[in-house]
Design a protein around this ligand. Structure first.
Ligand SMILES: Nc1ncnc2c1ncn2[C@@H]1O[C@H](COP(=O)(O)OP(=O)(O)OP(=O)(O)O)[C@@H](O)[C@H]1O
Length: 439
């Protein structure tokens, strides 16, 4: 008798008749080189076997062949896919055409700040090592913080290196509608095959899967099948896996089994950089006091930053006037409740705060002392004056009692370069900037 036959007859003594009859559904089972390979007709059967009879199979097999063996249960559809991969059959297929990627959502269009640095680096690493690290990659964060942008950018990055890569980008909602469509048409195997035949699967907004039991089951199996063959999955959600209460526990634990990263709300500096980049892309000139007003008014949502720019652009075009602080106040008050805020900072205030911080006298800042501490305070104060006010270089040089603006240009240059290579220095400048803006 073959080993599987012996295992079956041993199990038959331990289980009831109905279970035994179900066992007949097993397509094929063989023992080879220390591995007991059991093929089931489909993924549902496989799951039933794993959760109901794995222990019995193990025990019966151990009685017969000792405990030095492994059990692998596969389903026929999984096997087909693995076989195709082994024989290179998938190479001949034309890749699934991705038509739903936003061409603007690339890494080069993404502003990186402390809010999204880790998520960005994780996406880059995943794009370079598909399926090999951080699988799945789970990105979570509040509304409009760039999660979709990161997912699309990762797909673009993978495609730029390998245009033939099979990638599916979908949202949880679309995934569910598709599943319903395929179920109604009796072609669920086609659906499974489509999703299991990818190098990279990206699913956006998985929080919408909560409470959708059938869809979760399907995704669970797709996830397992992809994981089994080392294919990459990236997911996004508005909350971390542990808070997705309406999700089956096993799916939550799968989602959390790779790397979970958060995208946070951008800080003021990042918001200003985003505004600078977006206004440039849109071909509008945004004075620094207007950027500051928008960045301070809109707390977190980057989509709203864009919305206010669009509105300002339309307004200035319609009125045939350039964008000013007054116009921005007027336009934005329709969008948001404007807080009472002082947006035009004075250079004197900046000089005073910086002098206080460094413990130097304001006259030293305005003088020519070359003492290291004084020179650094002067340079930072010049830099912040340029950055936080709408004063011209000439006005700034006058406010610092300098003859011409070359000193200001040199100071800004020095501060920018030092910020790039000296993290502590950068933090000091950012701390001062925030203190000035919020005091
Ligand atoms: N760091 C950033 N740099 C540049 N643009 C950004 C950044 N973050 C977000 N955006 C832009 O903000 C808009 C909203 O981003 P996105 O749709 O990716 O947010 P989301 O987190 O997926 O939102 P939701 O939770 O609503 O699905 C997009 O146009 C995106 O390009």
């Amino acid at each position: 008798m073959d080993i599987w036959g012996s295992i079956l007859s041993s199990i038959s003594r331990r289980v009831d008749k109905s279970t035994l009859s179900l066992l007949k559904g097993i397509e094929k089972a063989e023992y080879k080189n220390g591995q007991l390979l059991i093929s089931t007709p489909d993924i549902v059967y496989k799951e039933w076997l794993e959760s109901n009879l794995l222990e019995e199979i193990k025990e019966s097999a151990t009685d017969l062949i000792g405990d030095n063996f492994e059990i692998q249960i596969v389903s026929v559809d999984e096997e087909e896919i693995q076989q195709e991969i082994k024989t290179g059959k998938e190479e001949k297929k034309s890749p699934y055409r991705l038509t739903n990627l936003n061409p603007k959502f690339t890494f080069s269009n993404l502003i990186i700040g402390n809010c999204n640095k880790i998520a960005y680096q994780a996406c880059i690493s995943v794009a370079e090592n598909l399926g090999n690290i951080y699988n799945p990659l789970f990105i979570y964060g509040g509304v409009g913080l760039g999660k979709t942008h990161l997912l699309h950018a990762t797909a673009h990055q993978v495609l730029s290196k390998n245009p033939k890569a099979n990638i599916i980008y979908t949202t949880a909602d679309t995934f569910m509608s598709e599943l319903i469509y395929y179920l109604r048409n009796g072609s669920i195997l086609e659906f499974r095959k489509r999703y299991r035949d990818v190098d990279l699967l990206l699913i956006d907004d998985v929080q919408f899967l909560q409470g959708k039991e059938r869809t979760q089951i399907e995704l669970y199996h797709i996830f397992n099948a992809l994981h089994l063959i080392g294919k990459q999955v990236i997911l996004s959600s508005d909350t971390p896996p542990k808070n997705l209460k309406g999700l089956q526990k096993r799916l939550r634990s799968r989602f959390a089994s790779g790397l979970v990263v958060e995208v946070k709300a951008p800080d003021l500096q990042t918001k200003l950089s985003i505004l600078r980049k977006k206004s440039k892309e849109m071909g509008i000139y945004l004075p620094s006091d207007v950027s500051l007003l928008i960045a301070k008014t809109i707390n977190s949502n980057v989509r709203e930053l864009e919305g206010s720019l669009n509105k300002l652009k339309a307004y200035s075009e319609l009125m045939g006037r350039s964008i000013t602080l007054d116009m921005a106040r007027d336009v934005l008050k329709d969008l948001f409740e404007l807080k009472d805020m002082e947006v035009s900072l004075s250079i004197e205030k900046i000089q005073k705060e910086v002098a206080n911080y460094f413990g130097v006298n304001i006259n030293e800042i305005l003088g020519n002392s070359r003492k290291k501490k004084v020179a650094m305070a002067r340079q930072i104060a010049m830099y912040l004056s340029r950055y936080l006010t709408d004063k011209s270089l000439n006005e700034i040089s006058k406010a610092f009692k300098k003859k011409d603006h070359t000193t200001v240009i040199n100071a800004i240059d020095k501060v920018e370069k030092t910020m790039e290579k000296d993290r502590k220095f950068k933090l000091t400048v950012e701390f001062l900037r925030d203190k000035i803006l919020t005091s």
